[in-house]
Design a protein around this ligand. Structure first.
Ligand SMILES: [Fe+2]
Ligand SMILES: [Fe+2]
Length: 271
């Protein structure tokens, strides 16, 4: 049985930094002094700033300068991604490697944010958070019920089905519902909670961006989240059209994602 009190806590410093970075009045000085209170985050940000993608002449040894080069948005993504995953103790398993799951989650977050920006949504970073966290229910299983997670992944492999269909076959609570418990526990905003709750309901208006991003990332096989199903070729582009994304816009979003995702390599490896 799932016990809410056994769920990990999201570090307060991560919540405060992410909140401040979304505010139009936040300054680099203020955010860098908040980051400096966390040694782990400081070293991750410096590692990212010194990665080959940025190739800053002379390198960077100070958070303030790193923020100027990386930008608020990239630093907010790094802080949240490493805090969310760092708050769990699990290392994953052979059939569900944490690293691949992390790649899947980050890719869905990034794709969702780029889509929200392209559709001129007011808070595209909320779409990043929703996308990053959409499958958190699986992380809860990994942490608290690893045998159940193995059973679902094996059932999906045997049936060549998706993770959620394997959950249905086994008559288990689905990971979207588990994720909602975590979202409540972490007091995440209502729109982020909806993205988690409805990410497998392709026709649900409150989760359409994250649902599309998840479908695209799964179709492209970026990372792994326990799915063994094959998707019909026209499903993802068809869904994009249905939610009002033209073929040209879809192409631009994918192009933008590929560029940004390359840069994200250091976020994923440095955590
Ligand atoms: Fe899912
Ligand atoms: Fe997913």
């Amino acid at each position: 049985m799932l016990k809410i009190e056994n769920l990990p806590v999201l570090p307060q410093v991560a919540m405060r930094i992410t909140e401040r970075m979304q505010s139009p009045t936040a300054t680099i000085e203020e955010v860098s002094s908040l980051i400096k209170t966390d040694i782990g985050l400081t070293s991750k940000i410096l590692r990212l700033a010194n990665s080959s993608y940025y190739s800053i002449p002379g390198g960077v040894t100070d958070v303030h300068k790193a923020l100027q080069y990386l930008g608020f948005n990239t630093v907010a993504q790094l802080v949240l991604t490493s805090s969310v995953f760092g708050s769990f103790k699990t290392q994953g398993s052979r059939e569900f490697p944490l690293k691949s799951f992390w790649t899947h989650s980050f890719a869905v977050g990034l794709f969702s944010e780029i889509t929200a920006r392209s559709l001129q949504h007011k808070n595209p970073s909320d779409s990043f958070v929703g996308g990053l966290m959409h499958d958190m229910g699986k992380l809860i299983l990994m942490e608290l019920m690893p045998d159940q997670l193995s059973k679902i992944v094996k059932t999906a492999q045997e049936n060549h089905s998706s993770f959620i269909d394997a959950e249905k076959t086994l008559q288990l609570t689905n990971h979207a519902e588990l994720g909602v418990e975590l979202a409540k526990h972490w007091h995440l905003p209502a729109n982020v909670t909806s993205s988690i709750e409805f990410h497998h309901q392709l026709d649900h208006p409150e989760a359409s961006i994250v649902a599309w991003a998840n479908l695209w990332v799964n179709t492209q096989k970026i990372g792994h989240s326990g799915n063994s199903g094959e998707y019909p070729e026209d499903l993802e582009p068809g869904f994009a059209t249905k939610i009002g994304i033209s073929a040209a816009q879809r192409g631009k979003i994918i192009e933008h994602f590929n560029k940004e995702f390359e840069k994200a390599g250091a976020i994923l490896s440095g955590s």
